[in-house]
Design a protein around this ligand. Structure first.
Ligand SMILES: N[C@@H](CCC(=O)N[C@@H](CS)C(=O)NCC(=O)O)C(=O)O
Length: 265
């Protein structure tokens, strides 16, 4: 195939600069995957960001989505909303304004206070200015204090989840998908401690999502992007997740919403 024919055969796709383990990038990939959008995924290394990404978005955080018309979406929630506005097969976007406010409040609490507590719990050594960093006992006490503050908020999520199985009702929402990657980070910081806490619905919510097809798809591994390489299409064509709108809600064949097992909730 000549280069010209190959170029015609490959439509221009939005470019997603992403980092596999970043919870903000994960939430963006979740929405892109479920919405049936396709993009060119460029996996980056945080300490060596490609100049192409920095030119598009000097604020230098992932995710960044560059649309074919050159416009740039550089906040993870905006990327989620962009994708879901194209196609929202599972109804993640709230239907009513009251729902919108409730979801926004949850996401704001996650991205604000909870993220601050999570970082201090997970990476206490980065906050030497806030504790007597040279003393390991103080570092441990510092981390555990922030774990406790975070846990108080997770108990609020537990109460919501105990009502319907999901944060905002009987099915997954934007809030669930925006928050789950952060709760996952918290859970994996000390998995046995997390598993011993009195939050069965939270544990089931997280485990169900982590065992689903959608999660597996967004956690696929890609080597760091290099300029000039063959493009990597996300989600992969054979994934069963990349459906073109309009399409039925069977985004994930043979599975319940969000790829969660039927017995998840
Ligand atoms: N508000 C941004 C936050 C994104 C963010 O902070 N991403 C982290 C990675 S998880 C990042 O890129 N940090 C820059 C760095 O570590 O150099 C969003 O929602 O997209």
């Amino acid at each position: 195939m000549s280069q010209e024919v190959a170029a015609r055969a490959e439509p221009t796709l939005p470019i997603l600069y992403s980092f596999r383990r970043c919870p903000y990038a994960m939430r963006a990939r979740l929405a892109i995957a479920i919405s049936g959008q396709r993009c060119e995924l460029r996996e980056i290394v945080l300490r060596s960001k490609p100049p192409e990404m920095l030119a598009a978005s000097p604020k230098a955080t992932v995710p960044v989505l560059v649309l074919p018309d050159g416009s740039v979406i550089e906040q993870s929630l905006d990327i989620m909303r962009w994708a879901l506005r194209q196609h929202d097969p599972e109804g993640w976007l709230p239907a009513a304004s009251a729902g919108l406010e409730a979801q926004q409040a949850l996401i704001a609490a996650n991205d604000g206070a909870f993220k601050g507590e999570l970082d201090r719990y997970k990476y206490p050594n980065r906050y030497a200015g806030e504790h007597a960093g040279q003393n390991q006992a103080f570092v441990k006490a510092f981390a555990e204090a922030h774990r406790s503050s975070a846990a108080a908020w997770l108990m609020e999520l537990e109460a919501l989840l105990s009502r319907h199985g999901w944060l905002c009702g009987p099915s997954a929402s934007l809030a669930d998908m925006a928050i789950l990657p952060f709760v996952r980070q918290f859970a994996h910081t000390d998995a046995s401690w997390f598993a011993a806490q009195p939050w069965p619905h939270l544990i089931r919510w997280l485990a169900g999502w982590e065992s689903g097809a959608l999660f597996a798809r967004v956690m696929d591994k890609y080597p760091p992007w290099r300029a000039g390489q063959a493009r990597v299409v996300f989600p992969p064509v054979d994934s069963g997740l990349a459906i073109s709108p309009p399409a039925s809600s069977q985004a994930i064949q043979g599975s319940s919403p969000s790829g969660m097992g039927a017995d998840s909730h």
